[in-house]
Design a binder for this molecule. Structure first.
Ligand code: UDP
Ligand code: MG
Length: 320
């Protein structure tokens, strides 16, 4: 059994003015309750990361940080995306354990208590797992499930139906800090790190207010991020494709030669030239595209640019 930890709750926020008052209230009350019930240490904190919002999010966060001693508000210089904002938040904490949760509270905050208990019982990483996805659209549910299956098939180790709602211990965070990669797919990296882990189930709710900040475009690019950061299977698929198309063109070539030598219909049609031409051309283009994706990644990694810059950090000093 571990000692009662100090807890940091990290919340990335992008244009969340609609939901923020609600979720702030819920999280703040929860933190205070857990402190009062002596489940967590009294120096536990809330960290809000403003990911370059264009609405009143930062003004609100700044106000909370001035009003409440347990609140830290962090502002990134511009929108860097969910994963980077989350990472910025994680790296700004110094508590014993950190729970990351979305600002819309679709992930049930009450599971935090179970997560802390699991930590005390010995787990360094506790994954929040959605037991039901009833509130997601059928499209999102099905594509997400297919995606988890596909990733597993590619050999990428992911926790099924786990997003970024998780508890991470200080030790696991220190390990995470050693991953210098610029293409962040946190749920994959955390899995990679190892450490004793367990899962806590909860039912996924509706967004409390506001709209999803993950349109289809971002979802697709995030899905690809996951694949290309953790699997080289697409590269192997190219080789396979190359062999298949090579074999097909040999067959076509034999047919063309046969027609030329053994029959009278020896006016080579434009189709027999054009079809393989187009086919091979398109295969080549596709292969180049996928290789390009990896080259782009190598490029990004080699540059080793910092992932974020904190513009401001506000908190009221401890009164104790
Ligand atoms: N978010 C962010 N930066 C972005 C997009 C989203 O920090 O560029 C935050 C957002 O404020 C929320 C979390 O990431 O706290 C998840 O976003 P959302 O709930 O819109 O995603 P969904 O649940 O629809 O997948
Ligand atoms: Mg959400």
């Amino acid at each position: 059994m571990r000692a009662r930890p100090s807890l940091a709750i990290v919340v990335p926020c992008y244009n969340e003015e609609d939901v923020l008052p609600l979720s702030f209230e819920v999280l703040h009350t929860l933190l205070q309750r857990l402190v009062t019930e002596e489940k967590i240490a009294s120096d536990s904190r809330l960290y809000f990361v403003d990911d370059g919002s264009r609405d009143r999010t930062w003004a609100m966060l700044e106000a909370y940080s001035q009003q409440y001693a347990q609140v830290t508000a962090i502002k990134l210089t511009r929108n860097r995306g969910h994963q980077n904002a989350l990472y910025a938040g994680l790296m700004s904490t110094h508590e014993d354990v950190v729970v990351s949760i979305d600002a819309d509270l679709q992930d049930d905050p009450n599971a935090i208590e179970d997560m802390v208990e699991a930590y005390i019982a010995g787990s360094d990483v506790v994954y929040g797992v959605r037991s039901a996805r009833k509130t997601d659209s059928a499209f999102k549910r099905i594509t997400a499930e297919k995606y988890y299956r596909f990733m597993r098939w590619l050999g990428v180790d992911l926790v099924y139906n786990h997003a970024d709602y998780r508890l991470t211990s200080r030790a696991a965070l220190d390990a995470l800090a050693q991953y210098p990669e610029a293409n962040l797919f946190l749920r994959g990296i955390i899995r990679e790190i190892g450490f004793p882990s367990t899962t806590v189930e909860y039912a996924r709710a509706q967004r409390l207010a506001g709209e999803s900040k993950y349109p289809l475009r971002k979802m697709l690019s995030f899905a690809w991020e996951g694949i290309s950061s953790f699997s080289t299977a697409p590269l192997r698929a190219i080789t396979l494709l190359g062999f298949t198309s090579g074999w097909l063109s040999v067959m076509t070539l034999m047919w063309v030669l046969g027609t030329r030598v053994f029959t009278e219909r020896a006016v080579p049609g434009w189709a027999s030239i054009l079809l393989p031409l187009l086919f091979i051309g398109s295969v080549q283009l596709m292969c180049l595209g996928i290789i390009g994706e990896y080259v782009a990644k190598i490029y990004a990694e080699v540059k080793r640019r910092p992932r974020f810059h904190i513009e401001q950090r506000r908190e009221t000093p401890d009164e104790e």
